[in-house]
Design a protein around this ligand. Structure first.
Ligand code: AMP
Ligand code: MN
Ligand code: MN
Ligand code: MN
Length: 284
């Protein structure tokens, strides 16, 4: 059998902040030539059974997935989990707790936006939510675009939803240790998502990778829709330096928003161990 190259192990459905259902994503991934797929909704695995069944119907191989929000030295970092048992109680319960703070946070975000004259943002964002436990900044962004306050997602985040802006509410997510432990305890593999996005100093980034490994983390995203081409090379080096396997994923959210299309990024650079080689026994 030829080795898998077109793996897309990062994307979002209506179960978190994507706009397509798991079935539609599976069809889209398959149409783009994806051989191995994972749906990685934020802090949620409620779409896994549907995604696995849809992958099978399209003739695609599948790995279970999620993207867990954590707080590391006061910044939000994302840890992707792949190939876990989606019925594992600690994982299910840990994710439920991680989702738990989102509704209050969203109401506070709405209060912040009301102070600068944007009324009804909570109710407005809710109209875009597919899963009541998973209201995210992306849903607020869709509301602010629909209501004509901003032209696109970038503008919304830049003006309203990042640290220091009126709709930003500091939030404490899971710990790095908990997220990695939930994933590995359920038989899966933990991956640092889009490391270039965090804008850590070299020392902070070293701390993240070192602690991640110490807790049992095994992978890092190298080729992702959130990285530039030079960043593929940078994080290929980081993967080799830290002895981590490499992952590839579009982080696709919606056909209408400026995100990378499923299955279309370059393949992983040479001399890296793909995460799916370590997960051979978990592929469905
Ligand atoms: P939350 O988990 O509620 O903090 O929302 C995070 C989500 O917002 C991410 O997963 C992205 O989908 C989206 N997001 C974050 N930053 C940006 C940005 N600068 N531009 C567009 N989308 C963003
Ligand atoms: Mn998202
Ligand atoms: Mn992310
Ligand atoms: Mn993502």
């Amino acid at each position: 059998m030829t080795p898998i190259q077109n793996a897309d192990l990062h994307c979002h459905s209506t179960v978190s902040d994507g706009t397509l259902a798991p079935e539609a994503l599976a069809e889209r991934a398959s149409a783009n030539g994806v051989e191995l797929w994972a749906l990685t909704d934020h802090d949620e695995i409620g779409g896994q059974t549907r995604a696995a069944a849809a992958a099978k119907a399209c003739g695609m191989r599948y790995l279970t997935g999620t993207e867990i929000s954590i707080t590391f030295i006061n910044k939000t970092v994302h840890i992707v989990g792949l190939g876990f048992d989606a019925t594992n109680t600690d994982l299910v319960e840990g994710l439920r707790r991680t989702r738990g703070g989102r509704d209050n946070r969203a109401m506070e975000m709405s209060e912040g936006l009301a102070k600068v004259g944007i009324k009804g943002a909570y109710e407005g964002a809710l109209k875009f939510v597919g899963n009541p436990e998973l209201i995210s900044r992306t849903h607020f962004a869709r509301f602010l675009i629909e209501s004509g306050v901003c032209r696109d997602t970038n503008e919304v985040f830049r003006k309203f939803l990042i640290e220091g802006k009126p709709g930003f509410v500091p939030h404490r997510w899971a710990s790095l240790k908990d997220a990695v432990t939930w994933i590995t305890g359920a038989g899966g593999l933990a991956v640092i998502a889009h490391p270039a996005r965090y804008k850590f100093t070299p020392n902070e980034e070293f701390a993240l990778f070192t602690e991640f490994k110490a807790h049992g983390g095994k992978g890092v995203e190298v080729v992702t829709g959130s990285h530039s081409v030079p960043e593929y090379a940078t994080y290929a080096d980081t993967a080799r330096e830290f002895g981590l396997a490499a992952s590839r994923g579009s982080d696709f959210h919606s056909p209408d928003e400026s995100h990378t299309e499923l299955g279309t990024l370059p393949f992983l650079p040479a001399n890296l161990t793909p995460v799916w080689e370590l997960l051979a026994s978990r592929i469905q």
